[in-house]
Design a protein around this ligand. Structure first.
Ligand code: GLU
Length: 503
């Protein structure tokens, strides 16, 4: 038999914010397809109109594009096997369902809601699993014709075999065996003419020539129904690969209550696409040799689906923070600065397009702060001291945390202290003698000279400098600060604080 070109897909339903699980499954589908020289496709499964939310589809496109999880075919791109939105393929599904009826593989079911409810109650009372009892399976052709002619409402159900087994040959899990008599006669076409997930999913995977269905393990229970559908149609089924579910730290299935799950949230928090993709790549997968940091391309190049581990990967924000920090440090500084600008703007530290000089200053801030930050938002949150030239010393109030009290009291006392005043004046005179631009090395040198000139311990010399330069008991390294804000702003800060505190 001719080798078929590998084609994988994700088939999200547009029911809200784009989910991290969608990106996770997309990454593995994309890696598998591209590693094998095939295509990765996006199909939107929007047949359940009750669950559809406006704008959600566009957010899926945008989130996948943000992460560079680019599909070759999709609703917004088109392709040979379109349309890629199920709501645009409606007519197809009814025809295929009827084709199965004609083949004797499916049947019209005219049972009313009322009958089905009573059936369920009876089954419950008897301690039986709920399921359709096959009532309409044995209707004669005359009965069916009469009901259809009378315009009775119907659904179409799949005729599941009463005996035997359906086996999923999962590439990662081996054989998963289901007894056919425990599988319900699935509804394929609903009374309103809409297809169910099962029918639309199988018809589309077939028509779109999908060779490998890589999806989350929560779909395992649906797969025997799909296998039976393929059989009923006489089609070759794709290979099934069920990925482990992402989990909260308590090992339950990842959920909004315990973890942010919206990709929009991760974007707003300032995670890099490289960080997210790398982190998702670590979920259930390992390159070995302690290689934890990689790019999307490296992931694809080294990808081997048979190495996926099934042990329920935990979606751990601490780990994500670490991975993202690594990528922020690897990223080209100019690019990272550009990506961080909107966060500076949002915090009110930057307005409008920065001049070249301002951009340069911001880059330096980013360069220093990315070392210790997990996200771009965190870079900005720790950057205030570089932007704000006007401040006062904090004062101890009832709300001050106990561990902060000592540091604040010390700030006030060093400004009254003679050594403190001398240190400030000496440092000021050294800065006055400088050019506007001060390098980090030079700033370090000036601080050291001040320390030696005063001849006291570092605490006594640097704390008063910190007080006038930042107004805070701890934080930014002073040499970085001076190098970034330059001569003029350093002097302005010192003079202003001297006036305020009578130094
Ligand atoms: N529409 C399903 C979803 O929302 C598709 C599942 C599958 O991949 O078959 O995830």
């Amino acid at each position: 038999m001719m080798e078929r070109r590998v084609r994988t897909r994700i088939a999200p339903s547009p029911t809200g914010d784009p989910h991290v699980g969608t990106a996770y499954i997309a990454l593995f589908n994309l890696a598998f397809a591209h590693k094998n020289g095939g295509d990765f496709i996006l199909r939107i499964e929007d047949t359940d109109q009750n669950r559809y939310t406006d704008g959600s589809e566009k957010m899926i496109f945008d989130a996948l594009k943000w992460l560079d999880l680019n599909y070759e075919e999709g609703p917004d791109l088109g392709g040979e096997y379109g349309p890629y939105r199920q709501s645009e393929r409606f007519d197809l599904y009814g025809d295929y369902a009827k084709q199965l009826v004609e083949k004797g593989e499916a049947y019209y079911c005219f049972c009313t809601q009322d009958r089905l409810e009573k059936l369920r109650e009876r089954q419950k009372a008897m301690g039986k699993a709920p399921g359709y009892d096959g009532h309409c399976r044995s209707l004669s052709q005359e009965e069916i014709d009469a009901k259809l002619a009378a315009g009775e409402s119907y659904v179409i159900r799949l005729k599941m075999p009463y005996e035997g087994e359906t086996i999923i040959k999962d590439r990662l899990r081996g054989d998963i065996v289901f007894e056919n008599n425990k599988i319900d006669d699935q509804v394929l076409l609903k009374a309103d003419g809409y297809p169910t997930y099962h029918l639309a999913n199988v018809v589309d995977d077939y028509l779109m020539k999908i060779t490998h269905v890589i999806r989350a393990e929560e779909w395992i229970a649906s797969t025997p129904k799909h296998i039976q559908l393929y059989k009923a149609f006489g089609w070759e089924a794709p290979e099934f690969i069920h990925m482990p579910l992402l989990r909260n730290s308590d090992r339950t299935k990842i959920s909004k209550r315990k973890n942010p799950v919206s990709l929009n949230w991760y974007q707003e928090e300032g995670y890099l696409k490289e960080g997210i993709v790398n982190f998702l790549g670590l979920m259930g997968y390992s390159f070995g040799e302690n290689k934890e940091i990689f790019t999307l391309q490296e992931f694809i190049d080294g990808f081997d689906i048979d190495k996926v581990a099934l042990g329920g990967p935990v979606f751990d924000l601490v780990k994500l923070g670490w991975v993202n920090n690594q990528h922020m440090r690897l990223k080209d500084l100019k690019e990272l600065t550009e990506l961080t600008l909107p966060f500076f703007e949002k915090a009110g530290f930057v307005t409008g397009i920065p001049t070249e000089k301002e951009f340069d200053t911001i880059s330096k801030i980013v360069e220093i702060l990315r070392e210790g930050a997990q996200t771009m938002k965190e870079i900005v949150e720790t950057s205030e001291v570089y932007f704000k030239d006007e401040y006062e010393l904090p004062v101890v109030t009832e709300e001050t945390e106990k561990k902060e009290v000592k540091g604040i009291e010390r700030l006030h006392s060093v400004l009254k202290d003679e050594i403190g005043k001398k240190a400030i004046n000496l440092f000021q005179s050294k800065i006055e003698a400088c050019e506007e631009e001060i390098s980090i090395e030079h700033a370090k040198e000036l601080l050291k000279e001040t320390l030696e000139g005063i001849g006291e311990g570092p605490g006594k010399v640097y704390m008063p400098l910190r007080a006038v330069l930042t107004g805070l008991p701890k934080g930014a390294d002073l040499y970085n600060l001076v190098a970034i804000i330059g001569r003029e702003r350093t002097l302005n800060r010192i003079n202003r604080m001297k006036k305020l505190y009578n130094i």
